[in-house]
Every structure is written in C-alpha cells, then in structure tokens.
Design a protein around this ligand. Structure first.
Ligand code: SAM
Length: 228
C-alpha cells in the first residue's frame, strides 16, 4: 500500500473516457449524498477504500465545465476535475468527518481492507464482472459499496443478457441503482451507479439518491427530447 502513488498526468492519452461525464457527475453526487447522510447520522470518522482510484485530478475542458455548471449537480460542481477519492476526502472534511483513505490502482493487487465505504470503479466492470462480483457480494455484507457500471445494454440483445445475468446475481440483496443516459442524442450506454450494502435499506438515503438521480436524468434527457 505504501508504494502506491498517483499516476503521472502525462499519461493523459491513456484516459479512456472524458472526465466530468454524466457518469462521473452521478457518481460524485451519490458519494456526496452518502457522506452527508453519514455525517447527519452522527459519524465522526470514516474509512474509505478506493482500489481503482486513478489520478488525484483530471483535466477538464471548457465544454465539460459549462455542462456541469448548467446541470442540477451542485455538489459535484464544487469538485469538478477531482478524482472520487479527492472529492470524498474534501467533502468529508467540509462536513467535519475524519477520513482514512486506502487508495490503490492498477499497480497493486485487489485486496479488500476493512472499511465503511468501498468505491468500486474499475475499467470495465460490465465486461469483467465475473472476475469481481463474488468479492463485491461478500464485501457488501458488512460495508457500503458504491459501484460504477458503464451499462452497454442499449447496444443489443447480447449485452442486455450480460447485464441481466449480473443483476440476477444481486437478486434479494439490498441494492439501490441510479441510471442516466450516456448522451442525450446518442445514448449508446447507461451510466449506472449502485449502492449495495447495509445503508441501501435506509429510506432517507434512498429518497435523497432518488431525487438527485431523477433531477439529473431529466436534465440529460430533456436536452435531447425537443429541438427548435
Ligand atoms: C474509471 S478509472 C477510476 C476513476 C476513479 N475511481 C474516480 O472515480 O475518480 C479506473 C481505474 O482503474 C484502474 N485499474 C486498475 N486495475 C485495473 C484492472 N485490472 N482492470 C481495469 N482497470 C483497472 C485504472 O488504472 C484506472 O485508473
């Protein structure tokens, strides 16, 4: 763990997606809402594990900045350009929560550490879920796990079946899921964020996640629904 370090930003060409996309926005809002809910419940400290944490910061284009500013994602907008790990530590700090972060990335093998919140956001859970799913099912028995999934179901029957098999494995487990289109005009995939684990059963947290997700969903889909 101690040998881990942030990636060199000069590796920017290796980025596989645009930082600040709708998936990052949804994930960031959910993480902020989870932290706020935790702080309101009286938590003072938090152990956070992020085994695919990437860089601490990402380059953001003007177009992305404009899109985020115009969106209802007011929490994420404060942290645009930061990784989730940086967002969690800054937002937690603003709420008076002490965070112990356990960060790693491709360089280290995946090892589950004791924690309160695990963010599971590798490339590419949709394709590789059979490698990791049992571990997540186990981890979410005693801790909250936020999972990001680039759901390729809109591309056809085969990816949709792949998605259905994954969801089948989670049947009966506490799971809250938010979904927004990857693009208003060319929706080739869904950005999905899941919360699995004990807190997924809390009605207040569920309601807040639902409100934020629906607001974002309407904002994205309305933008592609009517032109004049
Ligand atoms: C989507 S990025 C992470 C973004 C970060 N979680 C955030 O929200 O700011 C995925 C990261 O997973 C890392 N990774 C590590 N091991 C991997 C593996 N075996 N397969 C796929 N991605 C892996 C990549 O290097 C990359 O930094």
């Amino acid at each position: 763990m101690s040998e881990w370090r942030w990636k060199d930003p000069a590796q920017g060409a290796l980025l596989r997606y645009e930082p600040g996309n709708w998936g990052d926005i949804l994930k960031g809002e959910w993480l902020c809402l989870w932290l706020e809910w935790k702080a309101a419940a009286g938590a003072r400290g938090l152990r956070y594990q992020d085994p695919f944490c990437g860089w601490s910061e990402y380059p953001v284009t003007e177009a992305t900045r404009g899109r985020v500013t115009a969106s209802p994602a007011t929490r994420y907008a404060n942290y645009l350009g930061l990784s989730s790990a940086s967002l969690v530590s800054r937002h937690a700090e603003s709420l008076g929560l002490r965070v112990e972060s356990r960060l790693s990335d491709r360089e280290t093998a995946l090892e589950l550490l004791p924690c309160d919140l695990l963010l599971f956001d590798p490339y590419d859970f949709f394709e590789r879920w059979p490698d990791w799913n049992d571990l997540l099912l186990e981890a979410s028995r005693d801790r909250d796990v936020v999972v990001y999934l680039y759901n390729k179901s809109p591309r056809g029957a085969s990816p949709f079946r792949q998605y259905q098999s994954l969801r089948e494995r989670w049947k009966g487990r506490p799971l809250v899921m938010g979904r927004v289109a990857a693009d208003a005009v060319l929706p080739r995939a869904w950005h999905e964020v899941w919360l699995v684990g004990p807190s997924a059963q809390d009605p207040t947290l569920r309601m807040r996640l639902q409100e934020a997700t629906l607001a974002l969903h309407r904002h994205v889909s309305d933008g592609g629904a009517f032109e004049c």
